[in-house]
Design a protein around this ligand. Structure first.
Ligand code: GLN
Length: 493
């Protein structure tokens, strides 16, 4: 099998080929490397990789399999990570000059879990600096291109993770999602992306942006890939006190059972979301077709109201910046970060190192976050935002009294042109209008590919479930996937 024939095969299909002996992990890894070497100059999804290390891991996996000691379904499958997830001995830059030379001394819990499952952890993926952005343009290491149209952004902040998967450069990738950073790039790149329930996946070893919102999650070519990755990633972790001991079941099997034996679901359409003037006609059309599809398989569609949703973006930008200003205080030029060469005294080290090390967007957020936490403004902004957060959470609880899942567009428009919004932060922030609520409420949500706008640009829809109901989420996504083949189309690269 050559590079191109393997490139777009879902990881679960590749895993079956490995299990049946039709493919070895060495062959697969070689083809992954060749393709990354061939395409990365155009796409800039990867910040780097260690090919020798990948091949050594692949050989070890093949050996295990030969001895009948495969560690799990995904043993031998390469997985590439957003560069804010710690891998021992590997650069952990977060897309920032501040951490340009920082090598992680330990593995994130998700990395330990993937290694324990036999997966080949390789490749550092590009991202917006410290995950702040929606276009992967704030990276210190250059922006990433959308494989469907290289003049456009892949979304962000996990743009490298989405672009690498969509371009067939790695069969599985991981990202992190604080306000939409997995789902929005998944929609822009025509693939699946899941943000788990807050507390489902350990954040230990994920460089913190906004700790009460951040979650790690997978990108995949099909629902089964995402479901099986969740089985690897999920679980309580004593190293992350916000992780929750929810049972981790064989999601992929459960969702198939639910699909065949379960009752038709009721999906809620938030009336407020479709009033927005900003909704692109192509996205609206795609949503109408999604609704028609679900009705066609006998599911019920119901209007629901999320009356406080219009407050989500401002609330997010108070809470996320407040937490970021505190989390990023540790990057001070004294410890593991960039240190200015021109500093003359200790205070100067702080000023100049942070001044040089952080990019513009990160500085904007730190300043904003420090302001909303400052005495005199704390109650008016930060506290108020926390109260609104509760209102939004209550809106969803009420909606889930009437429906099984909430159905929305993932983004108001398909991928925008690189450079178009980077000078207008507000325009950029408004891109997250549909994805932010699941972070503020901790709810799990998935983006599902559902068609193309003009110029062959992918469109995605979002499903949101009650806490820890990932199986329900995946079941509904699978029900859609069964009758639609959008996810099987790939960019011509
Ligand atoms: N685009 C949002 C932001 O800029 C969300 C980023 C994220 O989810 N990491 O903050």
């Amino acid at each position: 099998m050559n590079q191109d024939s393997l490139a777009y095969l879902p990881a679960s299909k590749l895993a079956r080929l490995l299990a049946s002996g039709e493919l070895t992990s060495v062959e697969l890894s070689r083809s992954v490397l060749e393709r990354a070497e061939h395409l990365n100059a155009q796409v800039n999804a990867f910040l780097g990789w260690d090919g020798e290390d990948l091949m050594a891991q692949a050989e070890a996996s093949d050996k295990r399999r030969k001895a009948d000691k495969a560690l799990g379904f995904f043993d031998g499958i390469p997985v590439a990570l957003k560069n804010n997830i710690a891998v021992k001995g590997s650069l952990l830059t977060c897309g920032s000059r501040m951490l340009e030379n920082f090598v992680s001394p330990y593995d994130a819990t998700v990395v330990e879990r993937m290694k324990a499952a036999g997966m080949l952890v390789w490749g550092r993926l590009n991202m917006d600096e410290f995950a702040m952005g929606s276009s992967t343009e704030t990276s210190y290491f250059g922006s990433t291109a959308n494989p469907w149209d290289l003049t456009r952004t892949p979304g962000g902040s996990s743009g490298g993770s989405a672009a690498a998967l969509a371009a067939g450069m790695s069969p599985i990738t991981l990202g992190s999602d604080t306000g939409g950073s997995i789902r929005q790039p998944a929609a822009f790149c025509g693939i699946y992306g899941l943000k788990p329930t807050y507390g489902r996946v350990s954040r230990y070893g994920l460089v913190a942006f906004a700790s009460s919102l951040d979650q790690i999650g997978p990108f995949g070519h099909c629902v089964e890939d995402v479901a099986r990755m969740m089985e690897v990633l999920c679980g309580v972790d004593p190293k992350d006190s916000s992780s929750y001991p929810a049972p981790v079941s064989p999601f992929h099997a459960e969702l198939e059972l639910a699909l065949t034996g379960g009752r038709p679901m009721v999906l809620g359409l938030p009336v407020e979301y479709f009033k927005e003037d900003g909704l692109d006609p192509a996205v609206r059309r795609a949503m109408d077709e999604v609704v028609a599809y679900y009705k066609g398989i006998g599911w019920q569609i119901k209007d629901v109201s999320l009356p406080n949703s219009h407050l989500a973006v401002p609330t997010y930008y108070v809470i996320a910046t407040a937490e970021a200003s505190s989390n990023l205080a540790r990057f001070d030029g004294i410890r593991y970060t960039h240190r200015s060469e021109s500093a003359s005294d200790a205070v100067d080290v702080y000023f100049k190192s942070r001044g040089e090390g952080f990019g513009e967007e990160v500085k904007r957020r730190i300043i904003l976050g420090t302001f909303v936490l400052s005495s005199g403004y704390h109650d008016a902004y930060y506290l108020k935002a926390q109260l609104v957060r509760t209102l939004i959470r209550n809106d969803f609880s009420k909606a889930f009294g009437e429906v099984d899942l909430v159905l929305t567009p993932t983004t108001p428009s398909p991928a925008f042109v690189r450079g178009e919004r980077i000078t207008d932060p507000l325009q950029m922030y408004l891109n997250d209008i549909y994805t932010i609520c699941p972070n503020l409420t901790g709810l799990p949500a998935i983006s599902v590919p559902c068609g193309f706008a003009s110029q062959n640009l992918p469109v995605g829809f979002q499903l949101i479930a009650p806490h820890f109901e990932e199986v329900r989420l995946l079941t509904a996504a699978r029900a859609y996937e069964k009758g639609n083949d959008w996810h099987t189309r790939h960019p011509a690269l």
